[in-house]
Design a protein around this ligand. Structure first.
Ligand SMILES: Nc1ncnc2c1ncn2[C@@H]1O[C@H](COP(=O)(O)OP(=O)(O)OP(=O)(O)O)[C@@H](O)[C@H]1O
Length: 305
């Protein structure tokens, strides 16, 4: 198996805001070089806090944050030279064109002139370069923000929910851009999201964070494998309580969900057995199927794996 060097590593990273409770608890992040690492978790899970710590935007005495093999707290400037980020939006100048905006940041960052054109082209904004940013769609503004983050040609790009608030077209454009950055520009990308479907469409590697703890980390294939092993069956029945009684002798039954019982099932082939158990116990089954694939269900699958 090919072992890729980790571009980002954290070693038992924990964090609490002043006077508050722990919001990150023992996070061992490992983002392989060349990966698109989807950092997945619901609102409040700790994604932004983690990304801010990785970028040195929050003060942390933890010596266990390493990027490119260097300790963040001793080599921050060197690390940031190799890292681009989209975490707090750069304030774009709405009355200037896309190109003029880039020129402002290019001078501030002291990047070669050719980079502005290059990043406009990478982000698909060459044709809109001379348009005022106030006339840009939200998706275009987001791509311009990514262009700014790419000006100094970083090897690593860290983005916090870059598709938030975008319409379906905008989401697709950002997804394609991230794919291009990884496949054609050789960047390692760490991107956070609260949408499982989004991460599944894009990521090569996944880290799942919930209530400040990393519940899963591995390849997308590894996650999908785990999902296959731990199917969640949803069974609509006429007698909920009776169905729960019968099934809980053999299976893990999840809390009530409308008119359906949800059962964690190591093998979807056991549906026939479940059906038989219920019918023999006097319960009528009107529907039996694999439950949808949202984040909440994934947590339950991971926790019960
Ligand atoms: N400046 C702060 N002071 C105190 N608590 C904070 C601060 N920022 C975030 N938190 C708390 O830390 C926890 C993690 O928040 P964080 O923003 O990292 O989550 P998130 O996964 O990025 O979610 P979201 O998508 O909602 O931003 C939450 O409970 C949040 O309320």
């Amino acid at each position: 198996m090919e072992i890729k060097q980790a571009v980002i590593e954290t070693d038992h990273l924990s964090y609490c805001f002043r006077g508050g409770e722990k919001v990150l608890d023992d996070i061992n992040l490992s983002v392989p070089a060349g990966s698109i690492y989807g950092f997945l978790g619901p609102n409040g899970a700790g994604k932004t806090t983690t990304l801010r710590l990785l970028l040195g935007l929050l003060r942390c005495e933890n010596p266990g944050i390493r990027l490119f093999g260097h300790q963040l707290h001793t080599s921050r400037i060197e690390i940031m030279r190799r890292t681009g980020s989209l975490i707090e939006q750069p304030s774009l100048y709405l009355h200037l064109t896309g190109q003029e905006n880039l020129e402002v940041f290019r001078r501030a960052y002291d990047c070669p002139k050719s980079r502005a054109e290059k990043v406009l082209s990478i982000t698909g904004l060459s044709n809109a370069a001379h348009k005022k940013v106030k006339a840009y769609s939200l998706g275009m503004k987001q791509r311009l923000s990514i262009a700014v983050a790419l000006l100094h040609d970083p090897e690593l790009l860290i983005m916090d929910e870059p598709t938030n608030g975008l319409d379906p077209n905008g989401i697709i454009e950002i997804r394609e851009l991230i794919r291009d950055l990884s496949q054609n520009q050789g960047k390692t990308v760490l991107v956070s999201s609260h949408l499982l479907t989004e991460v599944e469409k894009l990521a090569t590697h996944v880290g799942i964070i919930h209530q400040g703890r990393l519940l899963f980390q591995g390849t997308l294939a590894g996650l999908q494998n785990l999902q296959r092993q731990q199917s969640l069956l949803e069974i609509e029945v006429d007698k909920l309580t009776r169905a729960e009684q019968i099934l809980s002798t053999h299976f893990q039954v999840l809390p009530k969900h409308g008119f359906a019982v949800q059962v964690v099932c190591p093998d979807a082939d056991q549906a026939a057995l479940i059906n038989y158990m219920l019918v023999s116990g006097g319960v009528r089954v009107s529907r039996l199927g694999v439950a949808g694939n949202d984040l909440e269900k994934l947590f339950l699958q991971i926790i019960s794996a």
